[in-house]
Design a binder for this molecule. Structure first.
Ligand code: GLY
Length: 372
């Protein structure tokens, strides 16, 4: 089952309920992916996967599209490969196979494939069209829509990139079947974030949903709700000059933890790092912006029950602080100091952007996280 998200067709003034029925009206059966790709006005179809997707999802995709011809490229999986060398490999793949500006690139994979493939497409011959088919829960609810593309550079996550909208994002929840529990949890963390920043009902629905069951049927409407939140925010501020920064809730500290893991040669799950980041940032919200402590208690319980504690030696606060200094939300203030910029919460559904806090305050939140 697919639902298709086409930014151009969905106007931002519609409300969430309409959005859900919009998604339901767009339900595809799996065979219609072939019709969809056939209907794309291009004779040149290119498919990008990584080694994980090639093993688990490409056979399903190949079934969907039957004998439709395409060129396939498979990247090595893992965030360490989300770099400019891999982008160059995709450019080479397109060029050597004579891709013109009419070519269509299908990014079949998790967030690394959709981000990196989107960037390669956005820059190849000044931009070719691309379609994302996310294969992880995290990519379905976050990375594959909203137009952020890019790769890591000099150890800084997503330091190079563009805002370029995919032609479409095709969501097929049945692809989640092959995912390990850790991947489900990783995506679930980003869904929790959407609940916290935008919608108490979504937060409560997620808490009531039994992650142990990994039940795709009951998850599908929750995916639609999460996407509705993501889309409404991303469309209101496509270039992240203001309100879109709320989507970075949990990411200032989460990205720093993730960078510390990667620095040690480990491959963390992005959603786990975001969950840990959210715990620390809800702590900051309780202390600095009046967020009810009950939310911190609920999130801390979720962390203990499902995610455990960060295990890298990212307890070295100075190193984490250094990574936070590279966060893209930071601003240079009138005093010329680079300030670490947070999105915090006043309550569920009441985020507040551009909160700059002292190192002492940030250290206190890290202390809370690491002492759980
Ligand atoms: N992943 C956050 C955003 O798309 O803005």
């Amino acid at each position: 089952m697919f639902f298709q998200i086409r930014l151009q067709n969905y106007k931002k003034n519609r409300n969430f309920a309409n959005f859900y029925s919009y998604l339901c009206n767009m339900l595809f059966n799996t065979s219609s992916i072939r019709e969809y790709l056939c209907a794309c006005p291009t004779g040149q179809l290119f498919v990008l996967t990584d080694t994980n997707t090639a093993a688990h999802c490409l056979p399903i995709f190949a079934d969907f599209i039957g004998n439709l011809p395409y060129h396939l490229m498979t990247l090595d999986a893992g965030d360490t490969n989300k770099n400019i060398n891999s982008v160059q490999l995709v450019w080479e793949f397109l060029l050597k196979n004579c891709a013109t500006r009419q070519a269509l690139l299908v990014n079949l994979g998790g967030g690394i494939v959709t981000d990196l493939g989107g960037f390669a497409a956005a820059t190849y011959m000044r931009g070719i069209r691309f379609v994302n088919i996310p294969t992880t829960l995290l990519a379905m609810v976050d990375a594959s829509s909203g137009g952020k593309t890019g790769c890591n550079f000099l150890g800084v996550k997503n330091a190079i990139g563009t805002f370029t909208q995919p032609l479409d994002t095709l969501i097929c929840p049945s692809l989640l079947k092959s995912l390990p529990a850790t991947e489900w949890l990783s995506g679930y963390a980003e869904m929790l974030k959407h609940g916290l920043i935008a919608d108490k009902k979504h937060w409560q629905d997620l808490l009531a949903w039994d992650i142990h069951q990994q039940d795709i049927a009951t998850l599908t409407p929750l995916i639609a709700d999460s996407l509705a939140i993501k889309k409404q925010i991303a469309e209101a501020d496509p270039y992240e000059v203001g309100i879109r920064k709320v989507l970075n809730f949990g990411h200032t500290i989460g990205h720093a933890i993730e960078a510390a893991y990667i620095h040690q040669g480990l491959q963390p799950y992005h959603g786990y790092c975001v969950l840990w980041g959210m715990v620390a940032e809800v702590y900051l919200s309780v202390v600095h912006t009046g967020c009810p402590r009950e939310i911190l208690t609920q999130l801390t319980h979720l962390m203990v029950e499902y995610y455990g504690k960060p295990e890298c030696n990212c307890r070295q606060r100075e190193q984490l602080m250094e990574y936070m200094m590279h966060d893209k939300k930071n601003r240079v203030t009138t005093t010329s100091y680079l300030q670490i910029n947070f999105t915090l919460l006043r309550d569920i559904g009441a985020p507040i952007i551009n909160q700059e806090l002292s190192r002492a305050a940030i250290n206190e939140a890290l202390e809370y996280l690491f002492s759980i």
